[in-house]
Design a binder for this molecule. Structure first.
Ligand code: P53
Length: 476
């Protein structure tokens, strides 16, 4: 297999709320992640009204990265990371989200964290909003259903860009902004946008309105970021689950295409700075009458992204059977099992070729550099009798995906900046709040109930990934 460019970024990815813990330290305010309890596969996390005594909130302590980041970054450096993706917890910088002045202690924490990375030659890759907005913005303003959130986010972004302009080059605005295409469930609208639905509300309209304000906020941030430092690379972040037709029935094909449009129009707005025709027609047909102003449309044009960051875990398959004549996508209803592929213990389909497909699809659609900022295998790890964790299932998953990634680059000519597998150190699952759904190269001794020493251990995948990086992808 031919070589990857020397500039290719190898690393790992995490998000502040899933590993830092220290939820009340350093002046931090309560975030949306702090009011979500632990769930399980098939048991949704409960979103409580504030923090309630006696409930289990796994993100409060997480893996205590806040106090242990030096030890953890040393381990990343040992693996040879050249980049490290994390997020800045918004509520460390603006505890309530609507303050004018930032919290210096929060800013200082990320100065130290980024310095620690740079000490080892590790480039920080930073997401501004990764499922962790200040909870006050939900209770006071209704989250991103409120236009005021644009200014709060942009102010936060400006403060971060100014403060870290000499330390951070790679940025992303909103993590997996398109998860909320699944507005039928409560999880994505809350984690993406701080939106809590009331009974009888038009969930879909509210989602599109919130997403619009986020897209405007993102574009404004991109514009300001480039003014602060023109070298910045600022991307969007999309959860890519390609949707295949379940059969070659033309109606399934059309259903898959319409579903892709609904899940990925967010990328069109980020990249092209305008809504595609299918969306404006859809808004008209549904009579949504969204608050989209002339100024908004201008700012969308002015703040287009430099690259597309995306997560890839799985693909979906879809059938037209349940849908109407118009093929309106309902993610909770229309996704069907793909008989050709297996799934993880959490029911996530495993489809390495889907990554090559996704890389090609993004390239065909948008012609921008791509960055795989999440990919990985959530699994149960156990210590063997020799005291080690032999996570060959994880190695198999990652190897198969890296192979497809390299084919996309070397055979299909895809322009890819880097690869950061998710949860390079075990952390709290976003979807279920569990610890036992582990992704890491590094094991953290902690269970779902919160017991454990928090000690770190290298898994087999740790040594394997180290070789992959050292050989720039040649030794898989
Ligand atoms: P967990 C759904 C589908 C694809 C990616 O997820 C998703 C989700 C939300 O659960 O989230 C991303 O922890 C997200 C991370 C998250 C990771 O995937 O549910 O950006 O915060 O931890 C894995 O197994």
């Amino acid at each position: 297999m031919s070589k990857l460019p020397d500039s290719f970024l190898w690393g790992g990815a995490v998000a502040a709320h899933q590993l830092e813990g220290a939820w009340k330290e350093g002046g931090k305010g309560v975030s949306v992640a702090d009011v979500m309890t632990g769930g399980a596969h098939g048991v949704p996390r409960e979103i409580t009204d504030g923090v309630i005594e006696g409930k289990n909130y796994p993100n409060h302590e997480a893996i205590d990265f806040y106090h242990r980041y030096k030890e953890d970054i040393a381990l990343f450096a040992e693996m040879g990371f050249t980049c490290f993706r994390t997020s800045i917890a918004w509520s460390r910088i603006f505890p309530n989200g609507d303050e004018t002045e930032p919290n210096e202690e929060g800013l200082k924490f990320y100065d130290d964290l980024f310095d620690e990375c740079l000490k080892y030659g590790i480039e920080p890759v930073v997401t501004l909003s990764h499922f962790e907005m200040p909870y006050h913005l939900v209770t006071e303003y209704g989250g991103f259903r409120n236009r005021k959130l644009i200014d709060f986010f942009v102010h936060f972004a400006r403060v971060c860009f100014e403060r870290y302009q000499d330390k951070v080059n790679y940025w992303m605005t909103f993590n997996e902004i398109n998860n909320q295409a699944n507005f039928h469930e409560d999880f994505a609208p809350f984690t993406n946008s701080g939106v809590k639905y009331k009974d009888g509300e038009d969930r879909e309209r509210i989602m599109y309105q919130a997403a619009h304000y986020e897209l405007v906020a993102s574009a404004k941030a991109v514009k300001i970021g480039k003014e602060i430092n023109s070298d910045f690379q600022i991307g969007c972040m999309i959860a890519m689950c390609p949707i295949y037709p379940s059969t070659s029935h033309p109606k399934d094909m059309l259903m898959a295409q319409k579903a892709m449009q609904k899940r990925y129009y967010f990328t069109d707005v980020h990249v092209h700075g305008e809504y595609p025709g299918h969306m404006t027609k859809y808004f008209e047909r549904k009579k949504f009458h969204l608050d989209i102003t002339k100024d908004d449309l201008e700012i969308l044009k002015e703040g287009t992204v430099d690259y597309i960051g995306f997560s890839y875990y799985m693909s979906f398959a879809i059938s037209h059977q349940q849908s109407s004549e118009e093929y309106d996508y309902n993610e909770s209803r229309d996704i069907v099992k793909n008989e050709y592929i297996k799934a993880s213990d959490w029911g996530w389909p495993i489809d390495p070729e889907g990554l090559r497909y996704a890389l090609n699809w993004f390239t065909d659609m948008y012609r921008l550099p791509l960055f795989i900022v999440e990919n990985g295998f959530g699994a149960i790890d156990e210590f063997s009798e020799d005291g080690k964790i032999h996570d060959d299932y994880r190695i198999d998953y990652l190897r198969a995906h890296i192979e497809q990634m390299m084919k996309a680059m070397n055979e299909d000519g895809v322009d890819l900046m880097g690869y950061t597998p998710w949860g390079c150190i075990d952390l709290v699952s976003a979807g279920t709040g569990e610890m036992k759904k582990r992704y890491g190269f590094i094991y953290v001794d902690k269970d779902n109930e919160g017991n454990g020493t928090l000690d770190r251990y290298r898994k087999d995948s740790f040594y394997w990934y180290k070789e992959v990086i050292a050989s720039n992808g040649e030794k898989l």
